[in-house]
Write a new protein. Sequence first.
Length: 560
Amino acid sequence: MSEPARNFIRARIDADLAEGRVSGVVTRFPPEPNGYLHIGHAKSICLNFGIARDYAGRCHLRFDDTNPIKEDTEYVESILEDVRWLGFDWGPHLYYASDYFEQLWTWAEALVLAGKAFVCDLSAEEVRRTRGTLTQPGTPSPYRDRSPSENLDLFRRMRAGEFPDGSRTLRAKIDMAASNLNLRDPVLYRVLRATHHRTGDAWCVYPTYDWAHGQSDAIEGITHSICTLEFEDHRPLYDWFLEQIGPAARPRQIEFARLNLTYTVMSKRMLLQLVREGHVSGWDDPRLPTVAGLRRRGYTPASLRAFADRIGVAKADSTVDIGLLESCIRDDLNPSVARAMCVHRPVRLVLVDWPEDRVEWIEAPWFPDEPGRMGSRRVPFGKVAWIEQDDFMEDPPRKYYRLAPGREVRLRWGCIVKCVDVVRDAVSGAVTEVHCTHDPTTFGALPADGRRVRGILHWVSAAHAVPATLRLYDRLFSVPNPASPPEGRTFLDLLDPGSLEVLQVWVEPSLAGCDPGTRWQFERRGYYVADSRDCRPGHLVFNRIVPLRDSWAKELARTA
């Protein structure tokens, strides 16, 4: 294993170990089960589990399940699957914030008795309105000075179900003039009658995320709470809570910049809207940046881990070109994925000098650059073949080395053919057939007369071709930053209507029994995967992972 890249997070951990602040490293990945994970979460998973691995520590998987209205076991199960698929194991350390509801309640009661929390009758809107601004202090709640005994009585009656939803909250009594708005008497509990996915109807009051999060870390003995920058302003609040309840060891919170990726959105709210309104086919739509979508698209765990390593961690927000992600999957698939032939937009090629019923079976290696690797398959070659429409031009430009009238090309693994005629549609005039002659001496051999033939075309025997469906997935949005639409527009207005093109195509017969999840490089076209949901014998469906051309790597080389 290569030496892990050093960064400010690892430098902080090294210092904590050297100074004796901690004797070991315990990290955690704490998703809220209110949606599917996306590639930003994958970065955090790789970071937290990677650090635990490299420091011989452990990483917990904990669900911060404090909002039953938005949470569901579907999301829990999808998150468990995603973390496993990425290659990480939490062992016995699977936890839920709901495991700690009773302890959190006990600590909240202690705050009430110490005069550091109070029951407030203001509505949620009134709490927002009296919070103040960045330049103006907030207005204290008229209920702020209730006595500890009155607050404790009201708080317990909240739990007993005496009050309507939203009618009362428990708020910390901190500082309504604090420069950090998170310290202006934040809400710790709200009355909420909702069935929780684990505790059922046992509770009608639920802790807020801010109240539960830091204490959950402390309960589990987390040494380093690694989170994204939006939690930096919450750190003083977490520290205040921990100071009041007094755990012996407190997690050190370290923030890093979240992942922003071009041509997509990473907001859970936006992703949920895309799914619920039917703009995509579901959470695993291959155009989404969800881990489920990337998995169905054909991305590999190794490619996502490599992507996380290459982008690293930083303190400042930035946007990563999606081309880097595409480059990582190409790098992973190129040495490992077998090659096959698939004609995307077919036109008939007829060998006019080939006997009608003659079929030659050609041994074609799965890996052309390493013929001995993984053996070969037998490819039928007959009188009629399908070739790509764009592999023939009647009036080709300079440096066009494919088929044209009077020009020769080689059919991959086969012989050299020469165009002698075309057949056109009677109405449109479009070319429907290309007629050729063949040179029988060139099967697997160079021309004896030394002539040079530069073009090599992929093809599929028309008599043996297997029909298949290709889904050509592209970037979901038409602009690099859809999360910031122009004034008067929404991110939905920036969806690219061409992000999915469906083709009915022909593939070589060796793919007829292809298993779902099998990846291929279709020669000269791109990397594809047999769809995990829809592909089955007799009904082949392939998703394009990425085209062959790596524009990101080429641009990087140009500007280096």
